[in-house]
Design a protein. Sequence first.
Length: 380
Amino acid sequence: MRWFTGCLVWLLVTYTATAQYRITGSVKDEKGKPLPFASAFLNQTTLGDRTAENGQFSISNVPPGKYELIVSYLGYEPQLLPVEVKADITGVAITLKPKADVLKEFVVRRNVERERWLKVFANLFVGESSFARQCKLLNSEVIDLQYDDSKRLLTASSDDFVVLENRALGYRVKFLLISFQYNMKSGYSLYYGNPLFEPMKAKNARQQKQWEKNREAAYLGSTMHFYRSMAGRQLAQDGFSVQKMVRKPRVKDFVPPSLPDSAGVKVQPPRFFDREVSYLYTAQLPYDSLIKPSGNGHSLIFRDYLYVVYTKEKEDRLYVEKHKPGQKTRPKEQVSVMHMLAPEVPLDENGNIGSPVDIVVEQYWGWEKMAEMLPLDYKH
């Protein structure tokens, strides 16, 4: 079985200077009535505000760049507004429409059944890592869980923020969950939405220092680190090994060769239940096979699969226990697999993906979830 994931957030940020600006505006309903306490924030950052009684909001300390402004209010359809910050932005007028009153069919009814699926959801959304054990969902009651037994498909959504307290990294994450799917037949899980990171207040300097240490550990070897290293053309220096991998359907009575062939390709022995055979090219992929210049940034252009090894950090011991049961082995270098669902995917200078829906990750990156997620304004 493979381990897939898709954690999708809609944001493209390019930091170009140290200047900081302000975004101000108002939020009203269709009748022009101000909506107090609505959330206005820049997607997957620590930058946001709540509207006052008059519906006004002000987001300060915004570095120059391209963002997505998310505005949400309980009972209303959230609105996404692309903004490019070059100076102060004032007078942003947002009108929210009420959500359609749709009668939902709840498939998960009994408390015992709901608790079962809530645990599955938490493992796939928050994760099962050492950091995940220090996380807590504060309002799981807002999550609408549904299970289709005929399709073996678990889905989830929420009309309000799902609030996650990450005591490992020192963030309270408010995640506007738009969609979650887990297909038990394929092992494929996908969730996407809009997170706001609120830094927690440390009890003392020791706790703050530990949070900073954990944030660095979460960053190193992550997809964010990988994208930034790729954009800066320093993959090898940062500890990333990147090779091409091809998958082909497994034929009957397949017998893997014992040695690499003359073309520099190794066959990865399939497990009993695998339906495909993986062929790993031993050479490191050059940058012109990975990215190409595009506008002010780049585009990912790789084909087939990327086999990525992060050499400067070992696997979490919980990953080894879960995915290599019964094996007397110590944690090894982190191995991840990535492929694209589109011919090209935008990548900006800060290493941010413009179309996350077109990227699928497996193995170690597929195992890391919200517990390891950092805001895009995190600086290492």
